[in-house]
Design a protein around this ligand. Structure first.
Ligand SMILES: [Zn+2]
Length: 255
C-alpha cells in the first residue's frame, strides 16, 4: 500500500510522449469535469462555478477540434482555435481569483454583447425580437451588477485580465504567436510560412483543457486550498510533460 506522499510523488512524474499527450490532456479534463454539478445558487460563488465549468467544457471541445484538424494537417486552422484556447485559459485564471472577479467578467462580456446587439438594432435590421432580446440581456446585466454592488460593468480587456491573473507574460507570448491568425487584414502568415505545425499552438491546445478544468476543480476543493491535493499534483505533472514535449522546457515558457 503506497503512502500518500509516495502516491503524490509518483503522480507528479508522469512520462508521456507527444503521441500520448492529446489523449492524456483530453482524458484528464473529461475525468475531472464530469464530476461537476450545479448547486442551483444565485450568488457570486454559484456564477463563478458555472463560468469556470462552461469555460472548461468549451476548452475541452475546442481542443478536441484542434487535434482533429491537426491530424488532417490543417495547421493554420489550428492556430485560430489556439487563440480561442489561450483566451479561455486567461478567463478561467481570472475568474478563479474570486467569485466577484467571475461576476465582473460575466458583466463585462454581457455588456459587450448588449453593445453589439444595439449596433444591429437599427434600420433594416431592427426588429421587436432584437429589441426584446436587448431588454432581457439588460435585465440580467442589472442582476449581475447588483450582486457586485456596481452601477456599470467593469471594463476588463484581455491584457488587464491576464495581468490581474498574474499571467501577463504567458498571455503576451502566446498572443504574439497567434495574433496573425485571428484577423482578416494584411497581417497574415506569408505564403511560404502558411500551414506550418507550431509547437506553441500544440502546447496551448494541450494545456488549455487541463488548466481550465483545474481552476474549475480548485474552487470546490479543500485539499487544493491546503496544498495536499492529488488532482493538483497530477495537473502539475501533466503540464510539465506537455511543456517539455512541445516547448522543450518544463516551465511553459513560450518565448
Ligand atoms: Zn484539489
Amino acid at each position: 500500500m503506497k503512502t500518500r506522499m509516495q502516491q503524490r510523488s509518483s503522480l507528479a512524474q508522469p512520462t508521456f510522449t507527444m503521441n500520448d499527450l492529446p489523449h492524456r490532456s483530453l482524458g484528464f479534463a473529461k475525468k475531472i469535469g464530469e464530476t461537476w454539478s450545479d448547486c442551483r445558487g444565485g450568488d457570486c460563488k454559484a456564477y463563478q462555478r458555472r463560468f469556470l465549468y462552461v469555460g472548461a467544457f468549451g476548452a475541452y471541445h475546442t481542443a478536441r477540434a484542434y487535434w482533429l484538424l491537426h491530424e488532417n494537417n490543417s495547421f493554420n486552422d489550428c492556430g485560430i482555435l489556439a487563440r480561442n484556447l489561450l483566451e479561455r485559459i486567461i478567463n478561467s485564471a481570472f475568474a478563479a481569483k474570486s467569485p466577484t472577479h467571475a461576476v465582473e467578467l460575466i458583466s463585462h462580456e454581457l455588456n459587450d454583447k448588449i453593445r453589439r446587439l444595439k449596433l444591429l438594432d437599427h434600420g433594416p435590421n431592427a426588429s421587436p425580437e432584437l429589441t426584446g432580446s436587448i431588454a432581457d440581456h439588460e435585465k440580467h446585466l442589472h442582476s449581475f451588477l447588483t450582486l457586485i454592488n456596481k452601477s456599470r460593468a467593469p471594463d476588463w480587456s484581455y491584457c488587464r485580465r491576464a495581468e490581474e491573473a498574474g499571467m501577463l507574460g504567458f498571455y503576451r507570448s502566446g498572443y504574439f504567436n497567434l495574433s496573425r491568425y485571428a484577423h482578416a487584414g494584411y497581417e497574415v502568415a506569408r505564403p511560404e510560412k502558411h500551414n506550418q505545425q507550431s509547437n506553441t499552438t500544440d502546447f496551448i491546445a494541450l494545456v488549455a483543457p487541463i488548466m481550465t478544468v483545474a481552476q474549475c476543480h480548485g474552487v470546490d476543493c479543500l485539499d487544493c486550498a491546503a496544498d495536499k491535493c492529488l488532482v493538483h499534483d497530477e495537473v502539475k505533472g501533466i503540464l510539465r510533460a506537455c511543456s517539455l514535449a512541445t516547448l522543450g522546457n518544463e516551465s511553459g515558457n513560450m518565448e
